[in-house]
Design a protein around this ligand. Structure first.
Ligand code: A3P
Length: 293
């Protein structure tokens, strides 16, 4: 399948955008020399990754927005699989180092099984898959490193088949949420939790990281992690990304930031079809999703 910047390439049975990740960068990602103090944000695309990166930056800076306003999110919490990862890793990352990945567990899991990888604090971020699909569809219009889909039905078909970049949403979520890790080495956070109770979620993440916040520090985190603040912050709204990678005339990264936006896009028929696939693929999966506000 051709993309505007090149093509998708398969690695370990999963498709990746060749404009962002090379076979070499993907191989390197599986062998990152983790330190036990590292924090790793893991998600399927469009699940609230950037939001969690911002929450972590603010918690670790005790609410001081300086870093969040001066360094782009991809340099503060670099993606393991990106071709520029090695460069960013060499640039002095603050301790604890924060990394991000969309890699599925069958690829990255082995590197996280033995110390020091097994001690890395993982934060898995999920979102209800109908909103993920709608957000990802819009992102495909903007991101020229991804294939172009003319219609939402065509895109939805690929989403449900797992033939998009980063693979199947179902496999990603089931894989990462069923991984066995020591207590305190994996926290699962849902986008909808962040949306419903941002303060409570920041509290939960700060306790997980053992970084308690004073009330004024917490207030500052909440303020700078709101949708309106992040939409205005050039260091996190992706407006600094070169036109060759994102066509900013096609929409904005900080699009709507809502729970239940799928309702504006799905027909009744698509909803029924989605439900039937969801039920069969998520059978025996105890996860609960919030589908609307
Ligand atoms: P929408 O396209 O539905 O607006 P990711 O970072 O994983 O790519 O996810 C991007 C999605 O998270 C986008 O969803 C974006 O608007 C949303 N998002 C980012 N920051 C947010 C915030 N502070 N509040 C609510 N949604 C946010």
């Amino acid at each position: 399948c051709r993309t505007r910047l090149g093509h998708m390439e398969s690695f370990g049975g999963v498709l990746f955008p060749a404009g962002l990740h090379t076979q070499e960068s993907l191989r390197l990602a599986l062998n990152v020399p983790f330190q036990e103090t590292d924090v790793l944000v893991v998600s399927y695309p469009k699940s609230g990754t950037t939001w969690m990166q911002e929450i972590l930056t603010l918690i670790l800076s005790r609410g001081d927005p300086h870093l969040s306003h001066t360094v782009p999110n991809w340099a503060r919490a670099p993606w393991l699989e990106h071709h520029y990862f090695a460069e960013l890793q060499e640039a002095a990352l603050k301790q604890p180092r924060v990394f991000t990945t969309h890699l599925p567990v069958h690829l990255l899991g082995p590197a996280l099984q033995e110390p020091p990888g097994s001690r890395v604090k993982i934060i898995y971020v999920s979102r209800n898959p109908k909103d993920v699909a709608v957000s990802f569809y819009h992102f495909h219009q903007l991101a020229t490193f991804l294939p172009e889909f003319r219609t939402f039905p065509e895109f939805l078909h690929h989403f449900l088949e797992g033939t998009l970049c980063y693979g199947s949403w179902f496999d990603h979520v089931k894989g990462w949420t069923s991984v066995r890790r020591a207590p305190g080495a994996l926290l699962h956070v849902a986008y909808e939790q962040m949306s419903l109770d941002l303060r409570g979620t920041i509290q939960k993440v700060s306790s997980y990281l053992q970084r308690p916040l004073a009330e004024d520090e917490m207030n500052s985190c909440v303020k700078h992690c709101s949708f309106s603040s992040m939409k205005e912050n050039k260091m996190v709204n992706y407006s600094l990304v070169a036109k060759e990678l994102m066509d900013h005339s096609k929409g904005s990264f900080m699009r709507k930031g809502k729970v239940g936006d799928w309702k504006t896009m799905f027909t009744e028929e698509q909803d029924e079809y989605f439900k039937s696939i969801f039920e069969s693929k998520m059978e025996n999966c105890a996860l609960d999703f919030v589908w609307e506000e």
